[in-house]
Design a protein around this ligand. Structure first.
Ligand code: AHR
Length: 562
């Protein structure tokens, strides 16, 4: 995919006829940031000038991996038990699965779900969770200090995924995380064999004996979770982890060369990331990073996800450094970033040991919209992203005994997953900006021109439909904006509430989506503290220039081949 598009992308694509500017001229190629790799460029203007947003459809930049709308389900709090699996509840089916949760998650069209942790994985032994339920042991659980009954395990998760996938063209993909805490390599190999084995071998036969004749074909496997963290059972140094991950990856690829292995990174901008990438790059199909953001004031809260943008850029540079230093042949596919835990979360407000049930405000919803703008803008690098988590635990979706509550953060996720697909399109924003304190503090220095009041991303899908997201982070000011290159029939989706503290609770929804139409004429007013998604058609289908997968490492020969 990426490389030919990088070379052939926006330079040679014709301008789409009905996207011509009507009020302002599209900057000439000379005036544009020349050969800019930036997805969105920004010029800070005085506060009393009229902001503008130029959508440059000729700058079709990189494919948005659908996996950026991934989910995450950990054995933590009420995510599994009481979230997706709740056998005593009248809303559950005969398998014990909450049908209201299934139907809500189907709306999100989640492509992939990470399981079963998270920190939980560091002491989890998968064999405790398969076979007849009455024989499964209850164990002390050391990440969240609970008891794991093992009534829900590998086979139940795969069955539940099958139910979730009903009616979909492609199944919701599983993404499993391996226990690199108290777990052994033998145990990891056995789990892969149990899930994917097709031969007459012990663990493949155990799966068959447990009633699952066909292999699960699980492609995505993570080499541990946050093993750098002091809270982790069997915390490791980068050196120790690198050596272990390298050997595990080799063995796992010998067992099943089709696996996509995800290396355990940290934040993307740490020396841990640098060290483990340099040691393991040839086995790292993806590099995982985790960031949770929050801020005490609305503006530090809503701008905090911009730190993740810098983290992605930094991790991408570290990947390039590792490839250069390890002489990885240019035709080897790029190691992508797997942002497999992201969200708004203040653990002092919603501690993990207490189930991490956050009550999300409109400010958080706008923060989630900025997070998703970041993933769309950085689609060149991001191969997967998983909101942490999908039900009850720091989640947009909460269960009560009587049904589900869609928190304020649900709505941006839904709109992005529904519409921000295809390719990232280049945008130039001219606006005023927030220049105050940030969370984390270093972000303020990185932003240079400040954080634009209007946080923007744009995409085009295969049918040539443009979707433009504009988050007005300003708490008090509406902005009338010159929009360049929009169509004449524009669908509008707006998320807002009475103020940035608005929340959704059982029986009262203060934050939701309003739908309207716009004729594309005149300026568009982006209301204070809102997210707006505008959609219009260019009436021109996209023809993609596709590149092959490149060469892969042949683990047996320790060489690269097609
Ligand atoms: O998602 C909650 C927890 O946050 C995960 O278990 C862990 O990986 C992270 O620290």
């Amino acid at each position: 995919m990426a490389r030919s598009q990088e070379i052939l992308g926006w330079d040679i694509l014709p301008l789409l006829s009905d996207c011509r500017p009507r009020r302002l001229a599209i900057p000439t190629p000379q005036a544009r940031p020349k050969h800019s790799r930036k997805m969105t460029t920004f010029t800070r203007i005085p506060e009393d000038e009229t902001p503008s947003i130029i959508v440059d459809v000729s700058r079709r930049l990189s494919k948005i991996d659908p996996n950026i709308y991934g989910g995450f389900m950990e054995h933590m709090g009420r995510c599994i038990y009481g979230g997706i699996y709740d056998p005593e509840n009248p809303l559950s089916d005969t398998h014990g699965y909450r049908t209201d949760v299934l139907s809500a998650l189907r709306d999100l069209d989640i492509p992939v779900i990470r399981y079963p942790g998270g920190n939980f994985i560091a002491t989890y032994h998968w064999q405790d969770g398969v076979g007849p339920r009455e024989n499964r042991p209850s164990r002390p659980e050391l990440a969240w200090l609970g008891t794991e009954t093992n009534q829900f395990g590998t086979d139940e998760f795969m069955h539940w995924l099958g139910v979730l996938s009903e009616g979909k063209e492609n199944r919701v993909e599983p993404y499993f995380c391996l226990n690199m805490g108290t777990g052994s390599l033998d145990e990891a190999l056995a789990w892969v064999e149990y899930c994917n084995g097709t031969r007459n071998t012990y663990y493949a036969n155990l799966r068959r004996k447990n009633g699952h004749e066909e292999p699960y074909n699980i492609k995505y496997w993570a080499l541990g979770n946050e093993v750098w963290g002091p809270w982790q059972v069997e915390q490791m140094t980068a050196e120790d982890y690198s050596k272990k991950a390298f050997q595990w990856a080799k063995a796992l690829k010998l067992l099943d060369p089709s696996l996509c292995l995800i290396l355990c990174g940290e934040t993307g901008h740490s020396s841990w990331d640098h060290k483990v990438l340099n040691f393991c790059i040839q086995y790292a199909d993806m590099h995982s990073i985790h960031i949770y953001t929050s801020g005490k004031s609305h503006l530090s809260n809503v701008t905090a996800p911009l730190s993740a943008e810098r983290a992605i850029e930094t991790a991408a540079a570290l990947i390039d450094i590792a490839r250069i230093e390890k002489n990885i042949p240019p035709s080897v596919g790029k190691t992508k970033i797997c942002f497999d835990e992201w969200n708004m979360w203040d653990p002092t407000r919603a501690p993990g040991e207490k189930g991490a049930e956050e009550l999300y405000t409109l400010s958080d919803a706008l923060g989630v919209a900025v997070w998703l703008n970041v993933f769309v803008r950085q689609s060149r690098w991001v191969g997967m992203a998983n909101i942490a988590q999908s039900v009850n635990v720091i989640s947009p979706l909460m269960t009560t005994k009587d049904g589900v509550v869609k928190q304020a953060t649900w709505w941006p996720l839904l709109l992005f997953s529904r519409y921000m697909r295809g390719w990232t399109v280049g945008v130039h924003v001219s606006a005023g900006a927030y220049g105050g304190v940030t969370e984390p503090a270093w972000l303020q220095g990185v932003l240079e021109q400040g954080a634009s009041w209007l946080d923007v991303s744009a995409s085009v899908n295969e049918h040539g439909v443009i979707s433009l997201v504009v988050v007005n982070i300003n708490e008090t000011t509406d902005f009338e904006v010159d929009l360049v290159s929009v169509g004449k029939e524009v669908e509008v989706y707006t998320i807002t509430g009475k103020d940035v503290k608005a929340v959704n609770v059982e029986g009262e929804e203060q934050v939701g989506v309003k739908e309207s139409k716009w004729d594309g004429q005149g300026k568009y007013k982006f209301a204070k503290h809102s997210m707006t998604l505008l959609r219009w058609s260019t009436r021109k289908k996209i023809t993609e220039v596709v590149q092959g997968d490149g060469v892969r490492l042949n683990t047996r020969k320790l060489g690269w081949s097609a």
